[in-house]
Write a protein that binds this ligand. Structure first.
Ligand code: SAM
Length: 242
């Protein structure tokens, strides 16, 4: 399986707690970030077992920031890492970290797993994610637990929040302006990927609205007619979409 199957048998005495199927998701989502130094933040330190793992995973020279509400977690700081104490539910604390260490290429939320915290952290930190960076939220099964602010189809859960991101990403295309206005998130969100218990949001700072291409005999004709016609009316309104 690559890095993690090699690392796990060599792990040290600090406890690492992850669900077994997460490692394959890390391989798939994070391998592209290993080629050069990156800025990484993990929310949730606990017994400190993830610090040496991420330190070895990412390239030398990376900035590795870990946060936890428990002051005892400061003791888990190792060379080349920064452990900061504060709550992920505190936007001012997160803003101060973004000022000091940001922008971040990868943010991993493995903190309280409370839905209001997951949403508050995402909203505070998403603007501080780099172009093509990824924001991962773990243990999203807590969205199905009322005690964590979730419950089946509870609109306040992080899973339901993430499902709404899909609508927001597509808000270029709406012709239902009153019901579904354009949302600026469409300019910055490239993908929302749902795994079992993990949601990954990938950023892409789009300079232009989506463009359709008509390609024939090696000639490429770009068009945004489908969006601009009828004031960004739905591309699906006309069958030819142009
Ligand atoms: C699941 S553990 C983290 C596990 C660790 N990432 C690992 O891989 O071994 C969750 C951690 O989140 C911390 N936590 C709980 N509430 C928090 C909050 N509001 N802000 C930041 N951290 C919090 C807990 O103190 C705990 O250490």
């Amino acid at each position: 399986m690559g890095f993690f199957s090699d690392y796990i048998p060599r792990s040290g005495d600090k406890l690492l707690t992850k669900w077994a199927h997460y490692f394959e998701i890390y391989e798939r989502e994070l391998t592209r970030f290993r080629a050069r130094p990156v800025t990484f933040m993990e929310i949730g330190v606990f017994r400190g077992g993830s610090l040496p793992m991420w330190k070895e995973f990412f390239a030398p020279g990376s900035t590795l920031v870990f946060i936890d509400i428990d002051p005892d977690c400061k003791a888990h700081e190792i060379e080349g890492t920064h452990v900061e104490i504060g709550s992920q539910g505190d936007p001012a604390f997160l803003a101060s970290l973004a000022d000091r260490y940001g922008p971040f290429d990868v943010i991993l939320d493995d903190g309280s797993h409370l839905c209001p915290h997951q949403i508050a952290s995402f909203e505070a930190l998403w603007p501080h994610l780099t172009d093509r960076g990824v924001y991962m939220v773990e243990d999203c099964h807590s969205s199905y637990w009322p005690g964590f602010g979730g419950g089946y189809r509870n609109e306040a859960s992080f899973i339901e929040y993430s499902k709404r991101l899909i609508d927001r990403m597509h808000s270029w295309y709406t012709d239902q302006d009153a019901l579904f206005p354009f949302d600026d998130m469409a300019r910055h969100l490239n993908s929302v990927r749902f795994y079992d218990s993990i949601v990954v949001c990938e950023k892409l700072d789009k300079q232009q609205p989506p463009t359709s291409l008509a390609i024939r005999n090696g000639k490429v004709e770009p068009s945004r007619k489908a969006l601009t016609l009828r004031n960004r009316s739905s591309v699906f309104a006309n069958k030819d979409g142009r």
